[in-house]
Design a protein around this ligand. Structure first.
Ligand code: ACM
Length: 270
């Protein structure tokens, strides 16, 4: 399966222009699944909830979703993209899976980062993989990485490939994702943005370094901190179904969840 990402710098507050850029860059790309960054069309560093609500879109009447659906239909691929989602009075930092037939799936970020807590509502959708072209795809967004339970839950529920739209500003995630993949025996695609946003609340520099990681914790492909690039690789998803670490150790069957609960301890030797 051919999978990858588009690493770029969305321009704040211009969803139409960002959509045009994505359409131009991805037209004619030969791929099955392409991941875009978090909040890939609005930009990231909102001044307040009013500004966010103004830029967020309802998926049922979204020029962005309509444009991406057309792009997927023409290119015969699937996109996983960050998206500022308005739903009645709520606004979510969401990720959408869109294919040739349109919108298929939506995840709303459950671990909001820093000032996101001031203007986004907390996610309320389950960590439930979706099947695309015979592959179980899990979705998480940026800061979700720091809670190992996110990737673990997706993997325990069958995810083989974790798609991870991101707007990273800290320096730890890329290394941590090698461990997330190793400990769950899954592939991941972290699509991080590049560039800088200078906004009323300050300045943020995004760290790029998008990457495709394999189930042994190996980097299959990666980008530097600044380049804008579409990167696609052929990966063998059957590798993510081999959960044996040795002939006597199964990554999931060997778990001892009765020892993991922090608020109660199983009885010891007595
Ligand atoms: C982040 O969650 N955007 C750091």
């Amino acid at each position: 399966m051919k999978v990858g990402y588009y690493q770029y710098a969305p321009e704040f507050g211009t969803p139409g222009r960002n959509l045009e850029k994505v359409e131009n860059c991805l037209a004619g790309v030969d791929a099955d699944i392409i991941v875009l960054p978090e909040l890939a069309f609005t930009g990231y560093f909102f001044e307040d909830r009013d500004e966010l609500q103004e830029l967020a879109e309802d998926v049922s009447e979204s020029p962005t979703v309509n444009g991406l659906s057309r792009l997927c239909k023409n290119g015969n691929f699937y996109l996983v993209t960050g998206f500022a989602e308005r739903c009645k009075e709520k606004v979510y930092n969401a990720a959408l899976v869109i294919g040739p037939s349109g919108l298929l799936y939506r995840y709303r970020k459950i671990h909001l980062f820093n000032t996101e807590k001031e203007y986004f509502d907390s996610g309320d959708t389950p960590l439930e993989p979706i099947e695309i072209k015979g592959v179980k795809l899990g979705v998480m967004i940026c800061f979700d990485w720091i809670f190992p339970e996110t990737a673990r839950t997706l993997a325990l529920r069958g995810a083989e490939l974790i798609c991870h739209p991101s707007n990273l500003v800290l320096a730890y995630c890329q290394k941590a994702m090698l461990t997330r993949c190793l400990e769950n025996c899954v592939y991941s695609i972290t699509a991080n943005r590049t560039g800088k946003e200078t906004r009323p609340r300050g300045e943020l520099l995004f760290t790029g370094g998008s990457q495709i990681v394999g189930p042994k914790g190996e980097v299959v492909a990666g980008s530097d901190s600044e380049e804008e690039a579409v990167v696609i690789r052929d990966i063998d998803l059957s590798e993510a179904r081999k959960k044996l670490i040795t002939e006597n150790n199964d990554l999931f069957a060997d778990r001892r969840p009765e020892f993991y609960a922090y608020n109660e301890c199983p009885s010891g030797n007595d």
